[in-house]
Design a protein around this ligand. Structure first.
Ligand code: FES
Length: 101
């Protein structure tokens, strides 16, 4: 089992946007969609795009570089089959977002 790390405060993540954080040298993207929070790998599998600088459309995280899209709940790429972002468990406690790494 991994450890939970507090990565940012909830108010740092705007509705419908990504937010980039780094945890133990790992790039992680936090997303807020309808007041639910998700944590996915911060590196796009296409060309290492900064997923944390992306946004959410129709329940999918969008990479800001070439707009590949990833399901927030599973991390699966819906633009090109066979690609995915790692999904991290995340939780909100006392106004902070915690990620299990
Ligand atoms: S780097 Fe993400 S879509 Fe190209």
């Amino acid at each position: 089992m991994g450890k939970f790390v507090a990565v940012c405060r909830v108010e740092q993540v705007a509705e419908g946007r990504g937010f980039p954080v780094e945890v133990d040298g790992l790039r992680v993207a936090i997303y807020r969609n309808r007041d639910r929070y998700f944590a996915l790998s911060g590196r796009c599998p296409h060309a290492n795009g900064p997923m944390g600088l992306g946004w959410v459309e129709d329940g999918e995280a969008v990479c800001p570089l070439h707009r590949w899209r990833f399901n927030l709940a599973t991390g699966r790429c819906t633009t090109v089959r066979g690609h995915a972002l790692h999904r991290y468990w995340c939780a909100v406690r006392e106004g902070q977002i915690w990620v299990e790494i």
